[in-house]
Design a protein around this ligand. Structure first.
Ligand SMILES: Cc1cc2nc3c(=O)[nH]c(=O)nc-3n(C[C@H](O)[C@H](O)[C@H](O)COP(=O)(O)OP(=O)(O)OC[C@H]3O[C@@H](n4cnc5c(N)ncnc54)[C@H](O)[C@@H]3O)c2cc1C
Length: 470
């Protein structure tokens, strides 16, 4: 095979596929694009039949130095779109300007208004269902109507009309050409009826474009450069190391593998791999008096913003409430459904003490080092027993129990940070590497701040934005 291409894209998940979506729309008819994907293509039927998402375990692909902290992702065609729950809130405008509004963390080099049309486009591609009165400014209605609330949601919506909403989600409310409508079976990690948006059910067609050569089980090992210009990618396929050449290199391998590949390519920067972060979550189990729940039409029926934005963010972090509508019943006869289960998701403040590096014993793997969440985040968690009962006061609460935090949110962020100043950032606002100007590094690795909101709609919108501005 002639191993010279115009473009090489690494990875086939949200970052890469949304980039290709807009890039192919404007690229020359004779352009040659090589896509390298480390994993296999396992069909949805294969996943359901084998009751697993991939044949490569997360644990085997990176070294984790902290057993109390997990970083979850899927290797394979379509990446973690196979596993995600398809919760798709946008970030709030103030999430992008934490520093200028609240004096903490960092601002993004891109504003909410600049990103807004790309959010709209990403929502259209995913057929997102959401409310007309969303908490953030929108130029267009959601492509699909909102899911149905459960009864506790209705009480909270009445009490907080501007802070409580049906969750925006790519678990569809109405069937699409490729997807059934959500029936709230609650097994969203591997939806048996293929409801949630995945790369495989909606964007796999991109990879049949005659301009694309897709190599599966081809693991990128590093970016080749000469005199500050990317010239190609070194990769491993069937045990043989090869080099493919190209004029443009695009990495979309997530916030663990993006910095690792740059480290292995010797494209170093004092912040490369640092600021590894994601949210931390707690759970509240609320027994109710006389109100039945679980009537919603999807597994997570609502998002509450009562503890999210406001002056408190100068002191402690924002918290997003996720109302889980999958039955988790009480034991008392006649009162089984008198319960609400709410996940409370807190943003972290990225810190250099948490990072990704090349593992010294086995350099073929990245190592994640996590020394802890910020004091900013822990202060918010400490305040929860005081703040949550007040926020949920409109509900007839018999008993409210807060339980411990999760080991991982599966939202890996921050390790190839974007910004205007090359001294303190690695990619610019278009996700182009500051030093190597024909190298793009896509995905959550670019996020300057965390936000409590799920990141993937923003990751996808940023890829559309990057491809459009290239
Ligand atoms: C269980 C779970 C639930 C989640 N739920 C949600 C949710 O509800 N909402 C939300 O916003 N987010 C959710 N996420 C997070 C979401 O899945 C990620 O934010 C998103 O997948 C990131 O997309 P990405 O393209 O940047 O990276 P990934 O999805 O991680 O994909 C990386 C791609 O690169 C490939 N790759 C990696 N290394 C190499 C290499 N060296 N060479 C070639 N290819 C390589 C991988 O195989 C994969 O195709 C969830 C994640 C998990 C695991």
């Amino acid at each position: 095979m002639d191993n010279t291409f115009d473009v090489i894209v690494v990875g086939t998940s949200f970052s890469s596929s949304f980039f290709l979506h807009n890039y192919l729309a404007k690229a020359r008819k004779d352009i040659r694009i090589l896509v390298l994907e480390r994993g296999q293509k396992n069909s949805h039927q294969w996943q359901v039949k084998n009751r697993k998402l991939t044949n490569i375990s997360t644990n085997s692909s990176h070294v984790n130095n902290n057993p109390a902290k997990h970083w979850k992702y899927i290797i394979g065609f379509g990446g973690s779109s196979r596993a995600w729950w398809a919760c798709t809130p946008r970030l709030m405008p103030n999430d992008l300007k934490l520093k200028s509004v609240y004096g903490v963390g960092r601002d993004w080099p891109i504003s909410y208004d600049e990103l807004e049309p790309y959010y709209t486009e990403a929502e259209r591609i995913m057929s997102v269902s959401g409310p007309n009165d969303a908490p953030y400014p929108r130029s267009q209605p959601y492509p699909q109507p909102p899911h149905r609330f459960n009864n506790p949601d209705k009480i909270l919506k009445q009490a907080y009309p501007d802070l409580y909403f049906q969750q925006a989600t790519a678990r569809v409310r109405q069937a699409t050409k490729n997807r059934a409508l959500c029936c709230n079976n609650g097994v969203c990690g591997l939806c048996p009826i293929d409801v949630k948006f995945t790369i495989q059910n909606e964007l796999e067609y991109l990879y049949s474009d005659p301009r694309i050569t897709l190599l599966l089980e081809a693991e990128a090992l590093g970016v080749e450069t000469t005199a500050g210009i990317a010239t190609g990618v070194r990769y491993l396929q069937a045990g043989i190391e090869k080099i493919a050449k190209a004029d443009l290199v695009v990495l979309g391998t997530n916030a663990i593998f993006n910095p690792y590949l740059l480290q292995r390519s010797n494209l170093l920067h004092p912040l490369l791999g640092k600021r590894l972060n994601e949210q931390i979550s707690m759970w509240a189990k609320i027994d109710l008096i006389g109100v039945d729940s679980f009537q919603g039409s999807t597994s997570i029926s609502a998002n509450g913003y009562m503890l999210y934005d406001g002056p408190h963010r100068a002191e402690y972090s924002a918290c997003l409430m996720e109302v889980h509508n999958v039955p988790n019943l009480r034991t008392e006869r006649g009162r089984w459904r008198q319960r609400a289960n709410i996940k409370l998701i807190f943003e972290d403040l990225p810190d250099e003490k948490n990072y990704v590096k090349v593992n010294e014993t086995d350099p073929s793997k990245p190592e994640t080092v996590h020394k802890g969440f910020s004091a900013y985040t822990m202060r918010a968690i400490d305040k929860l027993p005081e703040l949550l009962p007040k926020a949920l006061a409109p509900l007839p609460i018999e008993n409210l129990t807060i339980t411990g935090h999760s080991k991982g949110e599966s939202h890996i962020l921050g390790t190839v940070v974007m910004g205007d100043d090359p001294e303190i950032s690695i990619v610019d606002k278009y996700l182009v590497h500051h030093q190597v100007r024909n190298l793009l590094v896509l995905g959550g690795s670019a996020f300057p701040s965390c936000s409590p909101s799920n990141p993937t709609l923003t990751i996808s919108a940023l890829s559309l934005w990057a491809a459009t501005h290239l």
